[in-house]
Design a protein around this ligand. Structure first.
Ligand code: HSE
Length: 420
């Protein structure tokens, strides 16, 4: 019998214990041994839980207990779980974690500390979708060309409700929280940080890139308005929050932001809390992974898959590369990223204004791909919408600052990157 201790018996922890008990027969058949949840750690012992396992409020006691063979970390946060996971690994206890923030900051140190002791983390990216296993194992014959994905269920749920049903931002965020999709602090979701943590993990497995959140572009969905969604459609795009990692001439671009993608693409059709990740390998071509990215049972499904792998005796390098044999690729600095862009400006409606705007773009090396002019609520103003050809992020940032300085342009300029 293999005995599992769970650090953090919240929504996912309860599901892990419940599924281990309720699906015990199939799990034993697949792992070859019985797997039993024997202890859980909670902060508040007086709070009622939906699962019947012994509980303690002492995480060290769980890690040190001779009764616990595998430690499952589902606490959230960074430094406290880092301390505990390190301790478990030093005790040579295998660890399964769903904690993407922990891995976004400490995955390389943890890989070092773990050595031969398994540290698995399938649930940390895209909940129930087995994307880590796919990248570490299934696609290991390929150079990875790109990874593009909807990696935050809360944002996708919110964007879908806002787009399809016109539900306002605050209400739809509350709904996502009630359904258990959102992080304890939902700014992690809507600000793009949760998706960024996941992207960083995938970037390590695909490319061996040791980047931290502060090294990449991270933007959320807070500034996306219904008019942008509507205008995007006129250009043939949908707006999604995407995590993107792709190989380019200079290295690997990694970024998270609201993105206009062709309306007919598969990812554009992914609605609600679902996640989807497209991975292009140089030999396999495009593969697409779709499924629930959040929620107790879906995430627990991935946690238990890791436990089963450990019990079967499978391991391999935690981040997919043997030490010292990484791809040799480097992160492209954010300012050097190249993209197409959508721009929305409000300008004074008089002769010469369009010429002033386009010549400012031209001075910054930006070439217009298409343009629309729309009426504004104010009689003397119009909205100008552009899509551009590819240019550097630094050129676009410079152009936006210059546009804002023009007397004929109102202060706020909206910019959304386009990915085809
Ligand atoms: N808050 C996350 C999401 C949960 O909405 O996708 C899974 O990481």
């Amino acid at each position: 019998m293999v005995k599992v201790g769970i650090l953090g018996v919240g929504t996912v922890g309860e599901s892990v214990a419940k599924i281990l008990l309720e699906n015990a027969d199939i799990i034993e058949a697949r792992a070859g041994r019985k797997i039993v949840p024997v202890l859980g750690v909670v902060r508040d012992l007086s709070k009622k839980r939906n699962v019947d396992i012994p509980l303690t409020d002492d995480p060290m006691a769980l890690i040190e207990s001779a009764e616990v063979d595998i430690v499952v970390e589902l606490m959230g946060g960074v430094e406290e779980p880092y301390r505990l996971v390190r301790k478990a690994l030093k005790e040579k206890k295998p660890v399964v974690t769903a904690n993407k923030a922990l891995l976004a900051y400490h995955r390389y140190e943890l890989q070092e500390i773990a050595g031969e002791t398994p540290l698995f983390y399938e649930a940390s990216v895209a909940g129930g979708i087995p994307i880590i296993g796919a990248l570490r194992n299934g696609l290991s014959a390929n150079h990875i060309e790109s990874i593009k994905g909807i990696m935050n269920g809360t944002c996708n749920y919110m964007l879908t409700k806002m787009i399809r049903e016109g539900v306002e931002y605050e209400r739809v965020l509350r709904e996502a929280q009630e359904l258990g999709y959102a992080e304890a602090d939902p700014t992690f979701d809507v600000g793009g940080y949760d998706a960024a943590h996941k992207l960083l993990i995938l970037g390590s497995i695909a490319y061996g890139i040791d980047a931290k959140p502060e090294d990449i572009i991270i933007e959320g969905i807070e500034n996306i308005s219904p008019t942008d969604v509507e205008f995007a459609r006129e250009f043939g795009y949908e707006i999604k929050l995407l995590g993107i990692a792709k190989k380019v001439e200079e290295g690997v671009e990694m970024r998270v932001h609201a993105t206009m993608i062709p309306a007919e693409s598969m990812i554009a059709k992914v609605d609600g809390v679902m996640n989807a990740v497209s991975v292009v390998g140089d030999r396999v071509g495009e593969t697409m992974f779709y499924g629930p990215g959040a929620g107790g049972d879906a995430t627990a499904s991935a946690v238990i898959a890791d436990i089963v792998e450990i019990v079967r005796g499978n391991s391999g390098p935690m981040l997919g590369y043997k030490k010292g044999l990484e791809s040799g690729l480097h992160l492209v600095p954010p300012s050097k990223i190249r993209s197409q862009y959508y721009l929305k400006l409000k300008v004074i409606d008089r002769p010469g204004v369009l010429a002033a705007v386009t010549s400012t773009l031209g001075e910054h090396g930006i070439s217009v791909e298409s343009m629309l002019q729309k009426p504004s609520r104010l009689a003397d103003r119009v909205r100008l919408l552009f899509t551009t050809h590819r240019c550097r992020e630094s050129e676009m940032k410079g152009a936006i600052e210059a546009l804002k300085r023009l007397d004929v342009v109102d202060d706020s300029v909206t910019m959304i990157r386009i990915e085809k």
